[in-house]
Design a protein around this ligand. Structure first.
Ligand code: NAD
Length: 496
């Protein structure tokens, strides 16, 4: 059976002293193993990245961008293979994997603008014959740690931008579905990236801790669950590293009485159940204003949910696939049971779902729960599964207060036909990414992605303009040439 290794200094390295199984979540079978690197592996990857840095730092941004142009082409040419690898280890249906890849490619396209993005800022004659300008310098060796749910897109949020900014990179992908990530790293080598500029080390906590404590790593970009994000942020910051750590979510949609209910139902299906709800921007709670609206919405949702198809990733007719592991499936079932035990109404229960022929897969069917309240653990915590919960409120203000009180603040949406309500919502909601009749308001690559509250630790969001800032540091130069120096008196006051 194949053991998935690391990619260091342009070479695949398999260490089989410590490994972990990789499952096909559709069948529940072990299909591969993955090497689990530790401090020694991270040392090797950092040494390779450190050695590659001086030459890469000096490579003109246009030449760095050319590598990314070629990389984009290779990602497109190899799309089927990438989606297959994602499907086999994550379980994502190929159309969903293709969407993930496309959003990742958009970040590569944005990174191709490196010469423009790194232009700096210039002020002429800030004093007599004095010019001043800011330059954006790379940090050195930087690292990324990524989650299982987007094994292609989230790494592409990070390393293309870091690399075009002149940094060298050590990536630690999720040990649960590492093959697609490794595959795209090798494509970047094929696109002409010098060895050592991008290195991939697989592993779990020991590899992450080695990154956090390595003196040669200058910055850490993390995406994953909130408890780990907080740990990464506090540990990296204590080590003097720059850090951005994106965490979990509970994304609410407010459904106003004037909303277009057909649109609400259609778009909620994809936003709640797409990718089995394993998206940090999944809409997992519908907060409905007024009982009449809630009753109508539930009546329309029920038949639509019964029609959803879920099953193996290779069947394009399926709407969504399995969840990532047996343990995660049990956790989701626990939340469904706890909601019912705590008094919610289980309208559709997907707990005992098993598509024919895939009885051992990690499947949870689409689940709809009504009359959910604030105190329930299924509401307070992130479920990360195909479960849509409905809460009933009487006013929009009540809905806004509910959302603002939640510990997470990643994404949210309002469904309404009323501009005044939409504007009030946008203005008063304590959430980082906001949609108006848009259920998954994931910012495009030229914006930046980041939540508020405990969905993001750090000052800068991911990719876009914030990505450039995160992966560079500013140097400001103030210059006067000797020929222009006026003979001055000694001056001890602050120069003006
Ligand atoms: P996770 O936190 O379990 O793992 C993320 C990364 O951290 C992995 O590389 C993993 O190996 C590492 N890790 C896990 N446990 C660790 C520990 N104890 N110490 C150090 N490192 C550790 O997350 P996941 O289950 O892979 O991904 C799902 C989570 O990610 C969800 O909470 C989801 O909301 C979140 N997510 C957030 C965003 C966002 O942009 N905010 C995007 C995608 C996913």
């Amino acid at each position: 059976m194949q053991t998935v290794g690391h990619f260091i200094n342009g070479n695949m390295i398999v260490e089989d002293n410590q490994t972990q199984p990789i499952y096909d979540p559709s069948t529940g079978e072990v299909t591969k193993h993955v090497s689990l690197g530790g401090a020694k592996t991270i040392d090797e990857a950092v040494a390779a990245a450190k050695a590659a840095f001086p030459a890469w730092r000096k490579t003109p941004p246009m030449k760095r961008a050319r590598v990314m142009f070629k990389f984009k082409e290779l990602l497109e040419q190899n799309a089927d293979e990438i989606c297959r690898l994602v499907g086999e280890e994550h379980g994502k249906i190929s159309h969903d994997a293709a969407g993930e890849l496309q959003r990742g490619i958009e970040n590569v396209e944005y990174a191709c603008g490196a010469p423009e993005l790194l232009k700096g800022e210039h002020s002429r004659n800030v004093g007599t014959d004095i010019d001043s300008w800011s330059e954006f310098h790379p940090l050195g060796v930087v690292a990324g740690i990524t989650p299982f749910n987007f094994p292609v897109m989230v790494p592409l949020w990070m390393f293309p931008m870091a690399i075009v900014c002149g940094n060298t990179f050590v990536l630690k992908p999720s040990e649960r579905d590492p093959s697609a990530t490794l595959f795209i790293a090798k494509l970047l080598q094929q696109a002409g990236l010098p060895d050592g500029v991008l290195n991939v080390v697989n592993g779990g906590k020991p590899a992450v801790d080695a990154i956090l404590h390595h003196p040669d790593i200058k910055a850490v970009s993390f995406v994953g669950s909130t408890p780990i994000a907080e740990y990464i942020y506090t540990t990296a910051a204590a080590q003097g590293k720059r850090c951005q750590a994106l965490g979990g979510a509970k994304n609410h949609a407010i459904v106003m009485p004037d909303a277009d209910l057909d649109n609400v139902v259609t778009s909620l299906l994809g936003a709640a159940f797409g990718s089995s709800g394993e998206r940090c921007m999944a809409l997992s709670v519908a907060v409905v204003v007024g009982d009449e609206t809630a009753d109508k919405m539930i009546a329309a949702l029920q038949p639509a949910i019964h029609e959803l198809k879920f099953g193996v990733h290779s069947n394009k007719n399926n709407d969504f696939g399995p969840v990532i592991t047996e343990a995660h499936k049990s956790k989701i079932l626990g939340y469904i049971k706890s909601a019912a035990d705590q008094g919610a109404s289980l309208v559709i229960d997907g707990s005992n779902a098993a598509p024919e022929g895939y009885e051992n897969g990690f499947f949870v069917g689409p689940t709809l729960i009504d009359n959910v309240t604030k105190q329930m653990s299924s509401y307070q915590e992130e479920i990360f599964g195909p479960v849509l919960q409905v809460m009933r409120v009487q006013t929009m203000e009540e809905a806004i207060e509910l959302i603002n009180d939640h510990e997470y603040g990643n994404g949210t949406c309002i469904y309404t036909r009323d501009g005044e309500s939409a504007r009030y919502f946008v203005d008063n909601i304590q959430v980082g990414m906001v949609g108006v009749n848009i259920p998954l308001p994931v910012p495009v690559a030229s914006q930046s992605f980041g939540g508020w509250k405990r969905s993001l630790f750090g000052d800068l969001a991911m990719y876009g303009p914030d990505g450039v800032r995160f992966f560079t540091r500013r140097k400001t130069i103030t210059q006067r040439w000797p020929s222009a120096i006026l003979r001055e008196e000694k001056q001890f006051a602050m120069p003006t």
